[in-house]
Design a protein around this ligand. Structure first.
Ligand code: ADP
Length: 301
């Protein structure tokens, strides 16, 4: 098969591994920088070009679109979908999962475990919002943040009020969540491919840090997850409509709660912690499904 990977840089670990795994299985792998792709949106013959050449004949496309370029990246992916190319994750599913508030609303609607979460825009409503979230400590999140940047722990209500006022004063969109103290600065990353958890790891924040992000100095180790954690992760990915996803869970007193569903989960941490060949599993998933008839939306929506 001829397979495109939408990635800014072919030297990135995840991109390299997917190219390697595809070539090992005899596929023709091409890395396209989505920001260098340009499109011709005509009704009968949509095209994508890259460095002066029309990109034709692809059977599948693997999106590895960073959060900062979601808008343009998903537009390029949608164009491939319009051309009938099979996307590993569909553009609509990626857009859905990139919007933290929308994701939480969708997951809540389906009864998936979540931290109690509040959302407001007007500083006058902060007090009531904090009371409705409840508890002593609060986690405040910038909706646009990634890799733990813009996630703040407020030790008490007064501190929470000041942080929220500051963020709202800067016109930022924020979420306020109950602090899941019992998670002890650790979270569980479940790597989902095609409706199954294929690997999971526990990430532990460094001493004194409540955020477990590896980018913030956290460490990862193999973990056994419970059946409830497994089914929560699988449901979260499926509600988002993602074939490949990294679902982050916290172990709370009220069961597993979903922090985030990531549509371009990195391979380095999970392959390192579990020793599993995730890139190979991704390629096998494409082999199983890449048939243009399997593209649900064909770029709609
Ligand atoms: P990002 O998308 O920037 O990584 P997250 O929402 O995943 O932001 O938060 C980063 C980390 O902070 C999580 O992996 C988790 O370890 C910790 N964290 C986030 N929210 C909470 C919470 N409500 N209670 C306890 N820890 C949290």
């Amino acid at each position: 098969m001829k397979i495109a990977i939408l990635s800014r840089n072919k030297r990135l670990y995840s991109t390299r591994r997917i190219v390697e795994a595809g070539e090992l299985r005899g596929h023709d792998m091409h890395v396209l920088d989505h920001l260098r792709c340009y499109m011709n949106i005509t009704s009968m013959r949509p095209t994508v070009s890259f460095r002066g050449e029309q990109q034709l004949g692809f059977d599948a496309v693997i999106p590895r679109i960073g959060a900062s370029v979601t808008f343009y990246g998903t537009a390029v992916l949608r164009q491939f979908e319009m051309m009938g190319v099979f996307p590993l994750n569909e553009s609509v599913a990626i857009s859905r999962s990139r919007d933290k508030l929308r994701s939480i609303q969708l997951l809540a609607r389906k009864g998936v475990g979540l931290p109690v979460t509040g959302f407001a825009r007007n500083p006058d409503d902060i007090d009531d919002l904090l009371n409705s979230v409840g508890g002593e400590q609060f986690v405040i999140k910038l909706l646009e943040g990634t890799q733990g940047i813009g996630v703040v722990l407020a030790e008490n209500k007064k501190a929470a009020e000041s942080v929220i006022e500051a963020f709202l004063g800067l016109n930022a969109n924020i979420l306020v969540q109950e602090f899941i103290k019992e998670a002890g600065g650790a979270d569980i990353r479940c790597f989902i491919i095609d409706g199954k958890v294929v690997a999971s790891m526990k990430r532990q924040g460094k001493e004194g840090e409540f955020r477990s992000n590896l980018h913030r100095g956290g460490t990862a180790e193999l973990v056994r997850i419970t059946p409830e954690e497994r089914s929560t992760a699988v449901r979260a990915a499926s509600i988002m409509g993602l074939k490949v996803a990294g679902v982050d869970l916290l172990r709370s007193n009220h069961g597993p709660v979903v922090m985030e569903v990531n549509s371009s989960p990195g391979l380095e941490g999970i392959e390192g912690a579990t020793g599993k060949d995730i890139a190979d599993l991704i390629i096998r998933c494409i082999e199983k499904h890449a048939d243009s008839k399997n593209t649900r939306t064909k770029g709609q929506g």
